[in-house]
Ligand binder design. Structure first.
Ligand code: GFB
Length: 312
């Protein structure tokens, strides 16, 4: 990308998209384009086509998606598969039609089989059954990867796909019914501290293992790969380090300053028991995460405190 290349960030107000905007601006890219949901419904093909025809972006970061935590994914699978297929069908096909130089598609580590060996290597894709709490979302993301590869094969496009692990940071979703675990715990501990409650409920057994990457690290990796990587092979992005949900809750309690008890609600699902990306391929490509979990939690909590009214 040149510093004045026209770069479209789809989903620029979300956790990933807003981090991409921060990273691109910090690196001196000056010609960013985006639209809010109210200005353009990405599920509406005609609206997206009008945008591509008028703006003619040279590079596209496809960070727009319907995302959510374990409860939202398992309660609204139809919405997750329909929205994500529609958004990515429109953007990927129109990126080809309007001769975008390069597109980066963001998948998710939940595309991998539920019981695959850990840490997860890129080649484990489509080698086994998916985790049922998010299979509809995962199928949509797998379709997006295949679509990028199919366009590359048939039309010679330069569309790459990356698979981030569980993410967190500014502009996360803090709604307790639809959010991921990390922002949910941040909000629960914060409110418990403010309201002087003596316990916080954590879903599941606390035993599942997850890996957490700060969104700004992900954005830096995406810009790096956009500038240096052109291949059909998907690329995992993460830290390669897993912790249990119980350990995450304890770390979060410390960062927030909550001193009460944890109570585990085992009527809620655990989901997949272990999910850690193998990031050795990304390392061989020359990139590695920088922000450690505790530092990231502190930065995310600072953002939350400054934005708590709008964030909740
Ligand atoms: O982050 P999370 O919703 O998604 O849940 P997944 C991770 C683990 O944290 C599960 C537990 O074992 C939850 O039961 N957990 C504990 C909580 N307390 C809470 C809480 O208050 N809220 C939430 N949400 N979880 C998602 C997929 O799976 O990961 C998506 O559903 C996506 O498709 C995303 O891929 C990255 O890691 O289980």
């Amino acid at each position: 990308m040149q510093k004045d290349s026209k770069i479209y960030i789809a989903g620029h107000r979300g956790l990933v998209g807003s981090a991409l905007v921060r990273e691109l601006l910090a690196q001196g890219y000056t010609n960013l384009v985006y639209r809010t949901h109210a200005q353009m419904d990405l599920q509406n093909q005609a609206a997206v086509e009008e945008f591509f025809a008028c703006e003619r972006p040279e590079y596209v970061f496809l960070a727009a998606a319907k995302v959510g935590g374990i409860l939202a994914n398992s309660t609204y699978p139809a919405d997750f598969i329909y929205s994500n297929l529609s958004i990515q069908n429109n953007i990927i096909s129109l990126a080809h039609k309007y001769q975008v130089k390069k597109l980066l598609f963001l998948g998710s580590s939940c595309i991998y089989p539920k019981n695959c060996p850990q840490p997860i290597k890129e080649e484990y894709l489509l080698t086994g059954e998916l985790e049922p709490t998010n299979d509809a979302y995962a199928i949509a993301k797998i379709a997006g990867i295949k679509m990028c590869q199919a366009y590359n094969k048939q039309y010679g496009t330069d569309f790459i796909s990356v698979m981030p692990t569980n993410l967190y940071g500014p502009n996360d979703n803090f709604d307790l019914n639809s959010s991921h675990v990390l922002p949910a715990l941040m909000r629960k501990f914060h409110e418990a501290k403010v309201n002087k409650q003596d316990k916080v409920v954590v879903w599941g057994t606390g035993k599942p293992i997850r890996e957490f990457l700060y969104a700004d690290d992900l954005a830096a990796a995406c810009v790096y790969l956009m500038n240096s990587y052109s291949d059909d092979k998907i690329v995992n992005i993460g830290t390669g380090i897993g912790i249990t949900i119980k350990e995450l809750a304890e770390a979060m309690a410390k960062v927030v300053g909550f001193e009460g008890q944890l109570e585990f609600d085992t009527t809620k699902p655990d989901g997949t028991m272990v999910k850690i990306n193998d990031v050795s391929y990304l390392k061989t490509l020359g990139w590695q995460a920088k922000i450690e979990l505790i530092t990231g939690l502190q930065m995310a909590y600072k953002w939350y405190l400054e934005n708590v009214d709008e964030a909740n």
